[in-house]
Design a protein around this ligand. Structure first.
Ligand code: SAH
Length: 249
């Protein structure tokens, strides 16, 4: 299997129809992507999923079922959510080709996740906040929503095309100085911010407005590495300690 594609994970949230899970597995295997995570599927394992997967039932057998999106993406350095709608909250949006390029560049040094929403209601705003980017397939504006497996097919096809375009001599990915922070590490940072800003009186839990959402969006845009997360957490800890220098005694 291609090394970069082996870093790609497809995450399905709360899928209602097991047939769609099978069809997604087939779409993935056709394009050389094999890691499938299922967040609280309504029905799985299921005969219909296996039937629709056809020869890709090995992906279903190896699929990881988890309770939360956080658990599905904790170790990922890049999380992209697929959205059929342009959202009320502005969030950075990529088209499928740009999404593939971005995912492959991060895949050179870490795991990357493509998160697919529910058949009926897509992704919630809380789920969206876990994503560095959204990817939108530029469909007919009068009828934007593709079937879950069809949308997955388009996105993993672009990943495959991007890998093939690199040919036999992939550009040597520049090794980053420090690995990118994972979604789990970023969650820790945001929780630390929330706690510190509340203690400082900057964030009013009764009236939080959009502060945490805006901070998440800002940091997601920068692509923090692990060292930078440590620095920010060190600053927050210093602020929590009232700016007093720790004395060693
Ligand atoms: N009715 C839902 C769409 C559900 S389609 C809504 O309005 O949000 C199921 C999933 O397929 C979506 O959550 C999304 O992850 C993916 N999808 C469908 N159409 C898409 C599109 N045009 N671009 C990107 N993802 C799409």
């Amino acid at each position: 299997m291609n090394e970069l594609l082996s870093q790609v994970r497809v995450v399905l949230i709360n899928t209602s129809h097991p047939g769609n899970i099978g069809a997604v597995a087939r779409a993935m295997k056709n394009m050389g992507v094999s890691s499938l995570y299922l967040v609280e599927p309504h029905e799985f394992p299921a005969a219909e999923a296996t039937a629709r997967a056809s020869g890709a039932d090995d992906l279903l057998a190896a699929a990881t079922v988890v309770d939360t999106l956080e658990a599905a993406i904790a170790d990922c350095a890049l999380v992209v959510g697929a959205s059929a709608r342009l959202r009320t909250i502005p969030w950075p949006v990529l088209d499928p080709r740009a999404c593939a390029a971005r995912m492959l560049s991060v895949a050179a040094s870490g795991k990357v996740a493509l998160v697919m929403g529910r058949e009926r209601s897509g992704l919630s705003n809380a789920e969206l906040e876990h994503c560095h980017y959204l990817v939108h397939i530029p469909s007919n504006p009068e009828y934007t929503s593709l079937n879950l497996a069809a949308a997955t097919q388009v996105l993993v096809y672009e990943l495959r095309m991007a890998v093939l375009a690199q040919g036999d001599s992939p550009q040597l990915a520049q090794q980053p100085e420090h690995p990118l922070a994972t979604a789990g590490e970023l969650d820790g940072l945001y929780a630390h911010f929330e706690e510190t800003l509340t203690a400082l009186g900057f964030l009013d839990p009764q009236n939080p407005r959009q502060l945490m959402r805006r901070l998440r969006r800002m940091f997601n845009r920068t692509g923090l590495d692990q060292m930078e997360v440590n620095i920010l957490r060190g600053i927050l800890t210093a602020a929590q300690n009232g700016g007093k220098k720790k004395t060693r005694d």
